[in-house]
Design a protein around this ligand. Structure first.
Ligand code: GLP
Length: 254
């Protein structure tokens, strides 16, 4: 696991976008695992810039998103499908048919989850999975206590996650209570992981993720076991770390 501490959110986002672009350039039909939340927005902005100014080509790329709220239609402006269209897909030359976001409106959710896993396998597996982190250490919607071997399934959201996400809804009662999420086992099968964290409110979760013991109570700690994981933070999110970390990834890795 490599930990990179950048000076700012912009620098963190630029590096993540560069790492993703490098994969897309060397493998035009790459499979990207994508995340929502406020953290990856800067990365998506940079990828859009690269598409517009440097002709980064997404026409053969396939994507799988980590999660989606149950019972929010894709037209709802807080659904993750809406978020992805708005923040990335509408601005690049990706074929929307190749973009996958879990279907929060699925009638048979277990059958849908099984299908989603099959589609990932059919596409050849995920080349790089982008991750944010919840204030309680969750990844995707794998809340504390989630099995470290879990697969795509429905999860009840934690009280803390509901409170954290209330800022995106008019009232806290409108925040969905359930979500479909890739499992931790699913995420760990990606060939590489990039976990992003910025701001002070992620400092505790990053301390536990980087320097703490692996535990289901802090799901993000599992990335310590991934053979090719990069954690990129800004200064604030890394402010509680006790060791020195690099500002650039090792040459061999890039
Ligand atoms: C949600 C998402 C996660 C995301 C987290 C953090 O719970 N399901 O994938 O990492 O929020 O969000 P933010 O980046 O806005 O802090």
């Amino acid at each position: 696991m490599e930990v990179i501490v950048k000076n700012s959110y912009e620098e963190m986002s630029k590096l993540a976008a560069e790492m993703i672009a490098k994969i897309v350039r060397s493998k035009p039909n790459a499979v990207l695992g994508l995340a929502t939340g406020s953290t990856p927005i800067g990365t998506y902005k940079e990828l859009i810039r690269m598409h517009k100014e440097e002709k980064l080509d997404f026409s053969n790329v396939t994507t799988f998103n980590l999660d989606e709220y149950v019972a929010l239609p894709p037209t709802h402006d807080q659904s993750y499908r809406y978020f992805m269209n708005d923040n990335l897909f509408n601005h690049i030359n990706i074929d929307k048919k190749k973009t996958h976001v879990p279907d929060g409106m699925a009638k048979d959710i277990p059958a849908f989850c099984k299908w989603y896993e099959e589609q990932i396998l059919k596409a050849g597996g995920i080349d790089v999975q982008l991750l944010g982190i919840g204030g309680n250490g969750h990844i995707a919607f794998n809340e504390p206590g989630s099995s470290l071997g879990s697969r795509t399934r429905v999860k009840t959201l934690d009280e803390k996650t509901i409170k954290d996400n209330a800022r995106f809804f008019k009232t806290i009662d409108e925040v969905p209570k359930y979500a479909i999420t890739m499992g931790i086992g699913t995420i760990m099968e990606a060939r590489s992981l990039i976990l992003l964290a910025n701001k002070e409110n992620k400092a505790d979760a990053i301390l536990k993720t980087v320097e703490g013991p692996i535990t289901a109570m802090v799901p993000a700690t599992i990335v310590q076991l991934h053979p090719k994981a990069t954690i990129i933070t800004d200064k604030a999110a890394s402010s509680k770390l006790t060791r020195e970390y690099a500002e650039e990834p090792s040459v061999l890795k890039r």
